[in-house]
Ligand binder design. Structure first.
Ligand SMILES: C[S@@+](CC[C@H](N)C(=O)[O-])C[C@H]1O[C@@H](n2cnc3c(N)ncnc32)[C@H](O)[C@@H]1O
Length: 198
């Protein structure tokens, strides 16, 4: 890491501090797909998080599937994974354009993943379920992350948020959601950062 990036990280952590999550062990999930994604590396700590906080292994909901890297990781640990995405990308993704059919085809062999083409705003109006685990990795603005993440934190035991290191808006939303829900918050500062609310 260059001096500029180190300084940027230093000031971000000072301005928006979150207790660091230190995994006890790292485990590579047995089922994975090969995709270039900023999420790569985080698969190693998901089992540790589930065990540390006794989350259970029944259900997971994910907002922001894109090509399905994280969905497949979660499919190793939960009987059911619901993946919600508009599947057209957003202002922060490299890929723009409809990728629903492509993602659906490449994930078809993972029978416990159910993909839903929907905006999170429409989904959270209708869904009243509670899940064991949730993941938020949508457009990385404060408003959207807060709104979607608040719902996720209120409807699951543990919510993880990607990009707490690369997008200060996501980090700020994670801190505010933890305050609003009275839950604990941790941050794993690698692979662009993973916020953990539990
Ligand atoms: C960074 S990508 C997700 C990456 C993925 N988690 C992975 O493992 O590679 C963000 C995704 O969020 C989706 N998205 C953006 N805004 C959304 C919204 N309002 N509702 C649902 N999905 C949204 C985009 O279509 C895009 O596929």
């Amino acid at each position: 890491m260059g001096l500029r990036s180190k300084l940027k990280k230093y000031f971000l952590h000072k301005r928006l501090p979150i207790e660091t999550y230190i995994p006890n062990r790292k485990t590579k999930p047995s089922k994975m797909i090969e995709i270039v994604t900023a999420w790569e590396g985080l698969e190693l700590i998901i089992e540790d998080i589930i065990d540390r906080f006794s989350i259970g292994n029944d259900s997971c909901i994910e907002f922001g599937v894109e090509f399905g890297y994280s969905s497949v990781v979660f499919s190793n640990y939960f009987k059911e994974v619901v993946g919600v995405d508009i599947f057209i990308g957003d202002e922060h993704t490299d890929h723009k354009g409809d990728h629903y059919e492509k993602t659906k085809a490449s994930l078809s062999k993972f029978e416990n993943i159910k993909l839903v083409k929907s905006d999170y705003r429409d989904w959270i109006k209708e869904d009243t379920r509670n899940y064991d685990f949730s993941h938020v990795d949508i457009v990385h603005n404060y408003k959207e992350t807060f709104e979607c993440g608040l719902w996720a934190a209120q409807h699951s035991k543990c919510t993880v948020f990607h990009d707490t290191e690369s997008f200060p808006e996501v980090r700020r939303a994670v801190i505010d959601i933890a305050k609003a829900t009275g839950k604990n918050v941790y941050n794993y500062p690698y692979h662009n950062g993973l916020g953990i609310i539990v």
